[in-house]
Ligand binder design. Structure first.
Ligand code: NAD
Ligand code: GLY
Length: 362
């Protein structure tokens, strides 16, 4: 088990990564203001992992209540969020009752947002159970629900007290979900950690085989990258925007196809290729670098083309991006494999051409 910290002054918190982390009731209990917590999970994760979290908590004298939500990105919405509030109110949960998110990024984002809103803010803990959530969404305090017009549009920055990433929970994760998480791992290499990118390329077979050592290294290195970025720019006024490589295109794919059709990491993979294609067309990266990026995503069986929604539809959806400033689209692009930049100066024609080149009808 290894620990690293997200350094945010009096809101700093540890990320604990390793086998058996879910059962560390001692760490959870130490973070609770009262011996009472509400575990939010979903219908898929709860039968697999709830007992491993709940039983040690009961043994440690912590009283728990569960809220089990339906599973799916399409439920990351107001009516489902309200089910959390209904339960908190029905059970007279107090301002010092902690919410614990047990699940992937959907459960983490919704539970975090519920914690930010209930009684104007209650403590919360992340117990991420997907690769994507362990390397990205559980760290950094972005919480949100979707709106029919845009992904993650309604939310809050709200940091957890503790993140417990148990690598054992990944054993039950379906292959497609696992590969989706790898897209966000590759992201850190591409935006700011060229050495890590090289390591991923060397170890991709071990990662795909879920080799425990390779996995632990990838999760820790990803979390270290994310923790550094978040510590430097918690509310995304600068560097944090780079964590959105591929996301402006990717969110358009997710919203355009209907939430849940493309997995988040799949959409990010296709979106990253669009960003790389555009960077190449602007003369910022050479053809060999573009091919190198494509080859890595392809080895992970991740999509390297987006759906053929039409350039106009892509641009319309991308206009809702949270990075839009003064009506102008800002995109995360690559200057090299390992160095991303935020650019607002790209002509729409070039963006359209890159999208066109990276879409497939099938
Ligand atoms: P998810 O939460 O939908 O989980 C994927 C699937 O795996 C679900 O069906 C889930 O029930 C299942 N699952 C979870 N853990 C499992 C396990 N251990 N065994 C078996 N099945 C398991 O999706 P995700 O990929 O974890 O997260 C995607 C979401 O995260 C998106 O909504 C995205 O917007 C959000 N996100 C947020 C941030 C952030 O900074 N807050 C960053 C990246 C992504
Ligand atoms: N996943 C992007 C961020 O946390 O900023």
């Amino acid at each position: 088990m290894q620990t690293l910290n997200v350094e945010l002054g009096d809101r700093s918190y540890p990320i604990v990564v390793g086998t058996g982390a879910i059962a560390r009731a001692d760490l959870i209990a130490a973070a609770l203001p009262q011996p009472r917590a509400v575990i939010v999970s979903n219908e898929t994760v709860a039968p697999l992992h709830l007992q491993s979290l709940k039983a040690p908590l009961a043994a440690a004298g912590v009283d728990t209540l569960e809220v089990i939500l339906p599973d799916g990105e399409e439920y990351k919405d107001w009516p489902t969020l309200n089910r959390i509030f209904d339960a908190l109110l029905a059970h007279r949960c107090e301002r010092s009752t902690t919410l614990i998110a047990l699940g992937g990024g959907v459960i983490g984002d919704m539970t975090g947002f519920a914690a930010a809103c209930y009684q104007r803010g209650v403590p919360f803990i992340q117990v991420p159970t997907t690769l994507l959530a362990q390397v990205d969404s559980s760290v950094g305090g972005k919480t949100a629900i979707n709106h029919p017009l845009g992904k993650n549009m309604i939310g809050a920055f709200y940091q957890p007290q503790l993140v417990l990433a148990d690598t054992d929970t990944l054993a039950t994760l379906p292959d497609r979900e696992f590969r989706s998480g790898l897209a966000e791992v590759i992201k850190y290499g591409l935006i700011r950690d060229a050495e890590f990118l090289g390591w991923i390329e060397q170890n991709v077979d071990a990662l795909l085989a879920r080799d425990p050592e390779a996995l632990a290294h990838a999760i820790l290195r990803s979390c270290r990258n994310k923790a550094e970025v978040v510590a430097a720019d918690e509310r995304e006024s600068g560097e944090r925007a780079l964590l959105n490589l591929g996301h402006t295109f990717g969110h358009a794919i997710e919203t355009g196809c209907g939430y849940g059709v493309w997995l988040h990491g799949e959409a990010v993979a296709a979106g990253t290729l669009m960003a790389a294609e555009l960077s190449h067309r602007l003369g910022w990266i050479d053809a060999a670098t573009l091919q190198r990026i494509e080859a890595l995503f392809a080895r992970c069986a991740l999509p390297v083309h987006g759906p053929a929604l039409g350039v106009e539809r892509y641009l319309e959806l991308m206009a809702h991006d949270k990075k839009v400033q003064d009506g102008k689209l800002r995109l995360v692009l690559l200057k090299a494999a390992g160095r991303a930049v935020l650019s607002s100066a790209v002509p729409a024609g070039d963006i359209g051409a890159a999208i066109e080149a990276r879409c497939r009808a099938d």
